[in-house]
Design a protein around this ligand. Structure first.
Ligand SMILES: C[S@@+](CC[C@H](N)C(=O)[O-])C[C@H]1O[C@@H](n2cnc3c(N)ncnc32)[C@H](O)[C@@H]1O
Length: 243
């Protein structure tokens, strides 16, 4: 019998995860994005085949966000899936700014997959972060262009690349083209070693395009523990200058 396509497995997992979460008392998660993000990770550890941003990696990103000056206010995320990392960004920005975050603190997470977008919207509501965690359906590049044209996103403090690696460089360059970076902004990219984003690594390791009026990056690879216990890299690139 032919193996099931991964997309089918992910769709099934999303249905099972929804049941796992909504079978628990809502009070477990009400106003508590950390509890919901952790429960999603518990579920993923039980069933497998869940391409979530796990705790060991999240700890690296969290440390960067907590140290960022001025403090992060706008995060854009490419690749929502079941909302694990989006909920975690919500929890981190709340830890930084307080439970009622200011109006200009926003997270925008993008995914073309309607099922994942719908599920994440339910989770975001359950965890009480729907006022500032916005889940947008469609390729991230299209959503980001639209948000910028509408004047909703004019600066990005952190961009998280966790979709398909072949899009990492073009989406990073879109942020440059729209002039959304500030000095100190962070580009955080998952799985740059496996499945691998060699063109992205080459670009950020070279410090950017090197062209006049370009963005200069300093980049660092953080080795974390991947889902099978082996090493897995998260690449953190900081905008050093806008030349
Ligand atoms: C690795 S998963 C994201 C995991 C998620 N960050 C988490 O921690 O739960 C990758 C997701 O990227 C989405 N994706 C694919 N192409 C995309 C694009 N062009 N823009 C945004 N998301 C995309 C896929 O549909 C998939 O759900």
């Amino acid at each position: 019998m032919a193996a099931k396509p991964l997309s089918e497995i992910f769709a099934e997992r999303a249905v099972e995860l929804r049941k796992y979460i909504f079978d628990q008392p809502a009070s477990t998660f009400t106003n508590n994005p950390w509890a919901l993000a952790n429960a999603i990770e518990d579920f993923a550890n039980q069933v497998g085949h869940m391409m979530i941003f796990r705790k060991s990696k999240l700890d690296v990103a969290r440390e960067q966000l907590l140290a960022q000056q001025p403090a992060p206010r706008t995060i854009v995320e490419f690749g929502t899936f079941v909302g694990k990392s989006a909920l975690a960004w919500g929890a981190i920005l709340r830890d930084i700014h307080g439970e009622t975050v200011p109006e200009d603190v926003n997270i925008y997470t993008f995914d073309p997959d309607a099922q994942m977008v719908e599920l994440t919207r339910e989770f975001v509501k359950l965890a009480g972060v729907e006022d500032f965690v916005h889940v947008l359906q469609g390729p991230g590049a299209d959503s980001l262009r639209k948000l910028n044209a509408e004047g909703k996103v004019t600066t990005v403090d952190m961009a998280f690349f966790d979709h398909w690696e072949k899009f990492y460089v073009s989406d990073l360059k879109l942020i440059e083209e729209l002039k959304l970076w500030r000095v100190g902004s962070l580009a955080i990219a998952d799985n740059t070693d496996f499945p691998g984003a060699p063109d992205y690594l080459e670009y950020v390791r070279a410090g950017g395009s090197g062209e006049p009026e370009s963005v200069r990056y300093q980049t660092k690879s953080f080795e974390t523990t991947g889902k099978r216990g082996g090493p897995s890299i998260v690449e953190v690139s900081t905008v050093m200058a806008l030349e």
